[in-house]
Design a protein around this ligand. Structure first.
Ligand SMILES: Nc1ncnc2c1ncn2[C@@H]1O[C@H](COP(=O)(O)OP(=O)(O)O)[C@@H](O)[C@H]1O
Ligand SMILES: [Mg+2]
Length: 597
């Protein structure tokens, strides 16, 4: 997009321009704070008015008070100058206060919006997005906006108003000299525009490199990442890769800060030369009689010029900064614009928790992760009466976990339907669905918090006794109670402090705590030894007495007593029946039982 020397390629820029956030949308972020913004505008106008009044007092001092030796007038005018400066200072403080408050409020709103929006996105988004990337956009990109919203925006308004008022004052003072001074403006604007485009592109690149770096750290400096790197002897390789990424970030940052520096110096030079040129022209205009242009006018003009130049430079610089932030906004809105695929319907059905029965029915359900590939679930129909026990079995990759995702509405079916008590999941309120269905996933996830906190994630108001009861059913209470800190033991990142089987049982206890009518266990006991699994099965059997249980099983011994065993193969139901019936057919199930014995 930009080459080694910071030269720009206009065609590449078009791609960026397509991602631009409209001004209206960007300004929309400030909408809830119009009141405070209006207050700021008034303050800004007042302070710039005070600023331009000063040179006029100065002219009166030089041209009237001093030559006439009028000390009273001199004192009065001097006091006026001091008062104006004081007013400017007070307004400045208030303005910074208000603008920081508004700025932080805008950032806060944006962060919360992005977080809430990402929460509601489908699993598909997270499967294809790096965690570090998400973190980087919430922290680094929104953080990068900070300077703009809390500082640059108000500075820009202030400087802009100073520029306009000063220009008017200059015209009033002496129009020919004023017009001459204005000649530099278009040149400066054009140069800064070019610099702005360059910086914007660099910022885009920079932010995506920062995101690369943060996802690399996230992935490799996690417990699983470290274990993998150590056991594969790849730590040195990872270090080298990190060095390269970090170098890229550093080099880009240098370029971003120095890009367009010489263009900027040209502007500086022109601006610095302006007073000298003005004095020269003023001397010529004065002529022999010195009537049109007095010395006081010349001094006031130079003072106004000084007052114009600095804010003008700031305005141009703000223009550059705004372009940079446009790059950040584009990245943030890209997330906010991600469509939410799985929504709760406005007229969603809420089932009464007390009367939920827990009948589950799948009717010719089909689903695929990618439209271009054959479906992962292909025309599956299963009728699960309330209170019955169904087992899903099949080779790995046959679609069992995917079917579980559809039951939990983590994805929506492509065709067919999933119903609970006769209500389509797509019509069910999120609350009813989670009341109905408890899921223990294949790969249990625990937050890095205490055991009790992890369990209470399922039921925040659960009492100590409830926790212990659930843990006892899941056969994990004795293990936890034997720890020095018991239920206050911190489980570590992703629960690494516990073994696979312990994690599975904790995750089971967590779901039991919710007391759902339908229990979906996806290879939930696969990491347990046979004795523990058998004990757990008995406990679950008791628990399952008045609830529907769907077990996805790895070890067939645990599903022998299921009311219905469904055998999946390539996303299709190939056999169904009880253990005895399936053995009698002597098909895939019979084959599987023989091979896992
Ligand atoms: N997010 C995904 N994107 C694309 N394909 C997937 C995804 N998740 C699973 N699959 C594929 O879908 C098939 C079924 O997977 P899964 O339901 O996990 O099988 P099982 O649980 O029976 O072992 C597999 O071939 C797997 O590769
Ligand atoms: Mg699976």
């Amino acid at each position: 997009m930009t080459d080694e020397y910071g030269e720009r390629d206009d065609r590449a820029y078009d791609a960026l321009a397509a991602r631009h956030v409209s001004l209206r949308r960007a300004l929309g972020l400030f909408k809830p704070h119009v009141g405070q913004l209006a207050l700021m505008l008034v303050l800004i106008l007042l302070s710039s008015l005070a600023g331009v009044a000063a040179p006029f007092l100065l002219r009166a001092i030089i041209d009237d008070a001093l030559p006439a030796g009028d000390l009273r007038l001199l004192a009065l005018l001097s006091c006026g100058l001091i008062a104006l400066a004081g007013l400017g200072a007070v307004i400045g403080v208030v303005q910074v206060l208000v603008s920081s408050k508004v700025g932080q409020a805008v950032l806060h709103d944006l962060r919360v919006r992005v977080y809430a929006h990402l929460q509601s996105l489908s699993l598909g988004f997270f499967m294809t997005t790096r965690t570090g990337e998400v973190q980087s956009r919430i922290a680094s990109d929104i953080g990068g906006l900070q300077a703009l919203v809390s500082h640059t925006a108000s500075e820009l308004t202030r400087n802009l108003s100073v520029v306009v008022m000063t220009m008017i004052a200059m015209l009033v003072l002496e129009w020919r000299l004023a017009l001459f001074s204005f000649l530099v403006v278009p040149l400066a604007v054009w140069i800064s525009h070019r610099v702005g485009l360059l910086r914007e592109e660099l910022t885009h690149e920079q932010q995506s490199r920062v995101a690369d770096m943060s996802s690399m750290v996230q992935e490799t400096l996690s417990i699983s990442g470290i274990i993998l790197a150590r056991t594969m002897g790849r730590a040195a390789h990872l270090n080298r890769r990190f060095v390269a990424t970090s170098q890229g970030v550093a080099a880009l940052d240098v370029r971003a800060h120095t890009a367009g520096q010489w263009q900027w110096s040209v502007i500086d030079l022109v601006l610095q030369a302006l007073p000298a040129l003005t004095l020269l022209l003023g001397g010529l205009l004065m002529g022999p009689d010195a009537t049109a242009v007095t010395i006081g006018t010349l001094v006031a003009m130079i003072a106004l010029q000084e007052q114009l130049l600095w804010p003008l430079e700031e305005v141009l610089d703000a223009g550059v900064k705004i372009r940079t932030t446009r790059a950040l906004l584009a990245r943030i809105f890209e997330y906010l614009d991600r469509p939410v695929e799985i929504r709760e319907r406005p007229d969603a059905v809420t089932l009464d928790r007390e009367t939920i029965r827990g009948a589950v029915k799948l009717e010719t359900v089909s689903f695929g992760y990618a439209p271009s590939r054959p479906p992962t679930i292909d025309g599956v129909s299963i009728d699960i009466p309330a209170g019955s026990h169904v087992a899903l079995v099949g080779a790995t990759g046959s679609g069992k976990t995917t079917l579980g995702y559809l039951l939990a509405r983590l994805y929506d079916v492509d065709s067919g339907s999933v119903t609970y008590d006769g209500v389509d999941v797509r019509d069910l309120s999120f609350q009813s669905l989670t009341d109905m269905l408890g899921v223990v996933t294949q790969d249990p996830y625990l937050f890095n918090a205490s055991v009790a906190d992890n369990l209470r994630f399922a039921k925040p108001d659960a009492s100590e006794d409830e926790l212990i009861t659930a843990a006892k059913i899941a056969r994990i209470h004795d293990t936890v109670a034997a720890l020095p800190e018991g239920y206050d033991t911190v489980v570590g990142e992703r629960g690494h402090r516990f073994s696979g089987g312990e994690k599975q049982r904790l995750s089971l206890a967590r779901t039991i705590l919710r007391n759902p009518r339908v229990l979906l266990l996806d290879e939930a006991t696969s990491a347990l030894d046979t004795a523990t699994e058998r004990a757990l099965s008995r406990a679950l059997g008791e628990l399952a007495k008045d609830r529907t249980t769907i077990t996805i099983a790895h070890r067939l011994s645990t599903v022998r007593h299921a009311d219905q065993i469904i055998v999946l193969d390539g996303g299709r139901v190939v056999e169904r029946g009880t253990h005895e019936e399936l053995l009698a057919i002597d098909g895939i199930y019979a084959e599987l039982t023989r091979s896992t014995l």
